[in-house]
Design a protein around this ligand. Structure first.
Ligand code: UT7
Length: 332
């Protein structure tokens, strides 16, 4: 029997309807459109404003879109993995909530917390359940409501993030399509540069932590920037080497969307043409675990069966890595 690989057989996405523009941010903090656009490439982000809605609701819409587009029954889903840093609650997991709200009657699920590399990690975890022959239909959803952990008094971070969700379906392929080589990395010494100070077991919520504004994402951007470029470039080179490929063999690079200048630098250092790099940061900002599936969703109509994609990400932890994907279908 042919060795099974885990093919991506469908993509879905969701952005909440409200939009936060650079002009809106100018009214909230000491910033301006020129700075934001030239330093980050971001023009606007979608934000979830509806009372009582959370990350799982973003994920639900992305999963429903995926099921509809891929003509898949919710009852056939075996497993849902949700990559997120903005779980609805500390527990239970958001994947379970998404599964319940969509009505995936037999699916089990769990969350993966690997910040901006969460989707990349989850894609590879999901692939193992398919490659082993254990399951037939696995959904990997990246969903984050970043506005719930962004400090709108901190101009260095609040301009970066948006809300959104994207999802892919993994199914077995006997033709070798799907998730191939991967290089996944982590370095806990990166913690001081990107983290949330309170809200976990180390510093449970208290009046003091709230007064100190410790429940927001904290970032030392300059250091993260350098490590991100280096991590994405080096892990991509390692994947290419493992797969015995060069950048000329690659149809598309799908980078995490944190900063347009990071994306430009990665492409430049890999000597890869920007026309074949997926970019949507101008519309959505950094949606953390959702950036990569939202790119795949936006570019789906340009992807052809057999295209080789490099997915690469870097995020809090630090976590980072790259994976090679051979696309399994032509435009719908
Ligand atoms: O997705 C997870 C991983 N995260 C990332 O990859 C993010 C990586 N980092 C970055 O994207 C960038 O470092 C930032 C966008 C966060 C910052 O850009 P930068 O080019 O590194 O700016 P900087 O921090 O060096 O700040 C330059 C100047 C400073 O002023 P002075 O000290 O030169 O007078 C800042 O105070 O820009 C100032 N500044 C701003 N000015 C207007 C910082 N934020 C703003 C702002 N508007 N929003």
């Amino acid at each position: 029997m042919a060795r099974l690989t885990a093919a991506i057989t469908g993509v879905g996405g969701y952005l909440p309807p409200d939009i936060l523009t650079n002009a809106d941010l100018e009214k909230m903090v000491d910033t301006n459109d020129e700075w934001i656009t030239s330093r980050t490439g971001i023009q606007e982000r979608h934000i979830l404003k509806e009372e009582g809605k959370a990350t799982s609701d973003l994920g639900v819409e992305a999963v429903k879109d995926l099921l509809k587009k891929s003509n898949t029954s919710k009852d056939d889903i075996d497993l849902i993995i949700c990559a997120t840093v903005t779980a609805d609650r500390v527990f239970p997991d958001t994947a379970n909530n998404i599964s319940y709200k969509v009505g995936c009657s037999k699916a089990f699920g769990f969350d993966v917390n690997a910040a901006c590399s969460g989707f990349l990690y989850s894609l590879n975890i999901g692939a193992k359940f398919i490659e082993s022959g254990t399951y037939q239909k696995v959904i990997v959803v990246g969903a984050d409501m970043m506005t719930s952990i962004v400090d709108y008094q901190d101009r260095t971070t609040c301009i970066l993030f948006g809300d959104g969700a994207g999802a892919v379906l993994l199914e077995p392929s006997e033709e070798g399509f799907g998730i191939k080589n991967a290089v996944l990395k982590a370095d806990g010494s990166g913690l001081p540069f990107l983290h949330m100070k309170a809200g976990g077991s180390l510093r449970p919520p208290s009046i003091e932590t709230i007064q100190n504004r410790e429940h927001y994402a904290y970032q030392e951007g300059k250091h993260v920037f350098k490590r991100a470029v280096n991590g994405m470039v080096e892990s991509t080179k390692e994947v290419l080497k493992q797969a015995n490929l060069s950048t000329e063999d690659i149809s598309w690079v799908v980078p995490h969307q944190a900063n347009k200048r990071i994306i430009d630098s990665v492409a430049h250092m890999l000597d890869f043409p920007m026309e074949r790099v997926m970019v949507n940061i101008h519309k959505y900002g950094n949606t953390t675990a959702a950036t990569i599936p939202l790119c795949l969703n936006d570019y789906e109509n340009q992807l052809k069966k057999g295209d080789k994609l490099i997915i690469t990400a870097f995020g809090g932890g630090f976590t980072w890595g790259s994976t090679l994907v051979e696309w399994a279908y032509d435009p719908l």
